[in-house]
Ligand binder design. Sequence first.
Ligand code: BGC
Length: 445
Amino acid sequence: MKAADFGADFLWGVATAAAQIEGAATTHGKGPSIWDTFAKRTGKVKKGHHPEIACNFYQQYKDDIALVKILGFKVFRFSISWSRILPLGKGLVNEEGINFYHNVIDECLANEIIPYVTLYHWDLPEALAKNGGWTSYSVNADFNEFVMLCAKTYGNKVKNWIVINEPFGFTSLGYMLGVHAPGETGLTNFFAAVQHATIAQADGGRILRSEVSHANIGTTFSCSEIIPYTQNAADLLAAKRVDCLMNRLFIEPALGMGFPTADWDVLEKFTVSHSAWRHKERMTFDFDFIGLQNYFPLVIKFNAFIPVIQAWEVKAKNRKKAHTAMGWEINADSFYNIIKQFAAYPNIKNLMITENGAAFNDKLIDNYVQDNERIDYFSSYLKAMLKAKNEGVNITGYMAWTLMDNFEWAEGYQARFGLVHTDFKTQQRTIKDSGYWWKSFLEQE
Ligand code: BGC
């Protein structure tokens, strides 16, 4: 397998997110985000880690973009921190923050790297959390103000936009399970957040379309092949419910299909009966591309003790399957299967893989990180993607997660996903063997 097998136009990139790399979290005019506040709460982030400094990308962005180039990627995906440019979430603009992203974009362009800009990668301004954050309909007007500002400010330079990163990720972890910021729990909060995020992803698309000429507009969804533990009816139905929740909940309204209530009637109560549903016509947008982000499949078993969903995950470890340091099953066939599942939607124009990668217990020894497991991971996942592409799936790009080890949300700095090792004490970067593997893969004719 060579990069050229994917076609000369195929876009290869690396993805990052503001809160995970920038640092300067409460300086240079930036307002706090929900992650700055959440990380200060005892026990919320492992070892009490905090995104205050992260990878110091705010100061080192030139060197880090140089690394993107050295590794041979054509695309750099990063996100704009909402509270860096609008410290209170709306109103007052922080010019220093505005200039920072001008500098990052200009640095990409000067290096012939295409910027893919994510508007929302989970770092809601703390000031808006006080009003209920994503559970409140007022977030939609605020989000639109933020998108409008980004579109008007950067739209003449940036053509590729991603409205939201994994809405299922931040609504479920942050508003249902309480393990991510802002730490809210319960189905009422979750489904309110789901509705407002669904409106936001489509509204964002419309604003970009009206403000940015020749924009290429996408949004991203997490996805996981859902594998029933057995072929018993109960397990099959449990798997179907999890599929509705994890794979279908956000994309189907975006595509104009509404929420998947026909396959899971309980959803009816929380979605089409919710007050936000009055805005249902706003939930659809004709995206130029759909970004898929895949890390693992899930094996699902019926469990009557789990409220509402009545389903339970049988972990990779308990099934004795190969897994990453996060405990996530390594299974390239499941990547192929989930790509095919999404490709079956008739109204998707093209797919990009906007994130895929793995954390391992890397060791920096004598300035080297021998991360063969990560090389094996990428090479098997790329083969699976090539198979889907060769069968006619319109996949136009792939972005590895992630450029360098960073603040991995509730896991803190322990989970290392980077192609480049970050020493969080010295901010020294060291290209891992997997980074060199990518470099030679992308260089081959
Ligand atoms: C998120 C990233 C995160 C990665 C690994 C994705 O869901 O978009 O921000 O670091 O998964 O957990």
